[in-house]
Design a binder for this molecule. Sequence first.
Ligand SMILES: Cc1cc2nc3c(=O)[nH]c(=O)nc-3n(C[C@H](O)[C@H](O)[C@H](O)COP(=O)(O)OP(=O)(O)OC[C@H]3O[C@@H](n4cnc5c(N)ncnc54)[C@H](O)[C@@H]3O)c2cc1C
Length: 324
Amino acid sequence: MSVLLVLEESNGKIKRASWEALAAALRLGPAESITAVVIGAQTQELAAEAATKRVGKVVRVEHPLLAQYTADGFCITLHQLIQNESPTQVVFPHTYQVRDYVPALACRMGQMLIGDVVAIEDGPVFTRQLMQGRVNGTYRHNGNGPCFVSVQAGAFRADGIDERPNAASTPIATFTPTIDATQIRTRPGAPFRGSAQTVDLGSTQRIVSVGRGIKDAANLPMAQELATALGAELAASRPICDNGWLPMERQVGSSGQTVAPKLYLAVGISGAIQHLVGMKGSQCIVAINKDPDAPIFEVADYGIVGDLFEVVPALTEAVKAAKE
Ligand SMILES: Cc1cc2nc3c(=O)[nH]c(=O)nc-3n(C[C@H](O)[C@H](O)[C@H](O)COP(=O)(O)OP(=O)(O)OC[C@H]3O[C@@H](n4cnc5c(N)ncnc54)[C@H](O)[C@@H]3O)c2cc1C
């Protein structure tokens, strides 16, 4: 088993989704079997960051034509690298960029992408969700050529990735692809952003998140009071932001932010798949919902079945009392 892990960066830093993909790659084989790949025109710092993680080797894929992402540039480059390295698995975070080019890359190599994987069992057997998360499908590669896999955000916890005590010992190689400007058919525009991110919920330790159960914007101060008592940020499901009750940057989910705090308190949120993908990597999930069958309870560590208008003020008082 040898794994090529293709890391993605943003503003010169490797994205957290890439480290979650590393956590997934570590289910496939030991750290020594994993080669982390960074791509760009200048990758020295990215490679140094990757070398601190549990990987056996880092490859810097460098070319001036890779200064900005293009689907053609990345497909041509990775095709050459994969032929060179002959990995059994090629693992990616399931980002917008990966959705853009990896199906074409896999197709070039006579393969398909097992996309948006949420679990990996021995075999390896990959699990993806189908029909809006109602059904799980399992997939096994036939072993004929490299297996392309992308990993859903929040499905694997990146905090299990120990930093290497001696990053200097991780070998870093450079690969220069053969690529010509005429092969790149598109000119890159500004990358898509799901929502503006002046509030970085991604690095917050505690979140109180409200859903449609809150009923009215006038009830938000009740949730804010609980958040303040807990030292937490206030976040929300999409309908709350769509209504303009909270800014879009506080939306959690597939078209909002992906979060993994120590505590995620879901208040009146049903647990639709688009919300779950943004928060299920949280370390401790507490859900308050009056419907005992709400899907949020399937991912919750602690569930309170009850009316949030009774539970939230009582919880706030209890937190305040505990702090005295
Ligand atoms: C392409 C696409 C992208 C999307 N992206 C996102 C996204 O990024 N984030 C997101 O959140 N959603 C997203 N959605 C929407 C998603 O499908 C759901 O519609 C949404 O998450 C539901 O929000 P909710 O749980 O707040 O509301 P609801 O599903 O209406 O749930 C409200 C819950 O509150 C409970 N409740 C009601 N009153 C009380 C009370 N008094 N006490 C306790 N509980 C109560 C109910 O039992 C219910 O479970 C997306 C949808 C699509 C199609």
